[in-house]
Write a protein that binds this ligand. Structure first.
Ligand SMILES: NC(=O)c1ccc[n+]([C@@H]2O[C@H](COP(=O)([O-])OP(=O)(O)OC[C@H]3O[C@@H](n4cnc5c(N)ncnc54)[C@H](OP(=O)(O)O)[C@@H]3O)[C@@H](O)[C@H]2O)c1
Length: 265
């Protein structure tokens, strides 16, 4: 199975590194294209068996799967430039561009009767893909269950993967991709509080990040539990934690999170 990755920026590089770790695909079967050489050299230094090229057309060559990891304003040009052929899987990482809009561009390029028979995917990783901890969302069009499973397995080295109907993708993206920024903002604010209370920035950050990872792991490792159950465990009646929880309520913390996520859709 040959894979082309078009664009070697943050996402293209993270996906390349993830795929190179995968058992499903050999590094020599991956080709990455990017206009500037520096990013390709950095990838090649980490993954010597990788093929890199400044030519998108060369990268796409005999690829079975073509992953588009370019900015939205570059997507149309790349779609028009690449020589698509029957049986290929087109997987776009481009945020906010629907499969329908991709098909529309391709139908401008090809006469209706010449339109190649492609399988379409949208992939929404988050920045933790670089360390194999992304929550990666996948939507598809014209993909059979085997092809969907292939994409789920292929992207698994980036972190857990989940199939999501495309109409739910904006909501899922707000949670799983924009959510990284909201989690970071909590970590930043809690660390600031720790510093004001006399902790060093390094110690405060370590405490907060481990605390957040532990809280998430409590939920992930035990599907029978729930945030409310875990909060109750920590809140001794008349104790310190319930005071803090109630302060969060007075400040509209839960409401602010709900509004932030809805604003991101
Ligand atoms: N970053 C995220 O957290 C995230 C999450 C989900 C989805 N996305 C989506 O992923 C896509 C890529 O984002 P990113 O953060 O990886 O952006 P990025 O770091 O700017 O990467 C884009 C890459 O595309 C290259 N490029 C420009 N024109 C090209 C062309 N004609 N052919 C091939 N490559 C070309 C750029 O090369 P040069 O710099 O050398 O010009 C750059 O390396 C975006 O559409 C974004 O919506 C990003």
């Amino acid at each position: 199975m040959k894979i082309a990755i078009i664009g070697a920026g943050n996402m293209g590089s993270a996906i390349t590194r993830g795929l190179a770790r995968s058992k499903q695909v050999q590094p020599e079967d991956i080709t990455v294209s990017n206009p500037s050489q520096g990013k390709l050299d950095a990838l090649q230094a980490d993954i010597p068996d990788l093929t890199t090229t400044p030519s998108n057309i060369k990268a796409a060559g005999d690829a079975d799967i073509i992953i588009l990891a370019v900015k939205p304003w570059v997507l149309d040009d790349v779609l028009m430039e690449l020589p698509w052929r029957d049986g290929q899987m087109l997987a776009s990482v481009v945020a906010g561009r629907s499969i329908h809009s991709i098909v529309s561009i391709l139908s401008v390029k090809y006469e209706r009767t010449q339109m190649p028979d492609l399988t379409y995917f949208r992939i929404v990783p988050n920045t933790a893909a670089a360390i194999g901890q992304s929550m990666t969302l996948i939507s598809s069009m014209a993909a059979n269950p085997k092809q969907q499973q292939l994409m789920l397995d292929l992207l698994n080295p980036l972190g857990p993967t989940m199939l999501v109907p495309e109409d739910k993708l904006p909501a899922a993206t707000a949670l799983a991709s924009c959510g990284t920024a909201y989690a970071m903002r909590y970590i930043q604010a809690a660390t600031q509080a720790g510093i004001e209370l006399g902790l060093t920035p390094q110690d405060a950050l370590q405490m907060v990040t481990q605390c957040v990872m532990g809280a998430a792991a409590l939920l992930q490792d035990n599907p029978d539990t729930h945030p409310a159950t875990e909060i109750e465990k920590v809140c001794t009646p008349g104790g310190y934690t319930i005071r803090g929880i109630n302060e969060l309520e007075h400040a509209g913390f839960a409401s602010a999170i709900i509004r932030a996520i809805k604003a991101s859709v």
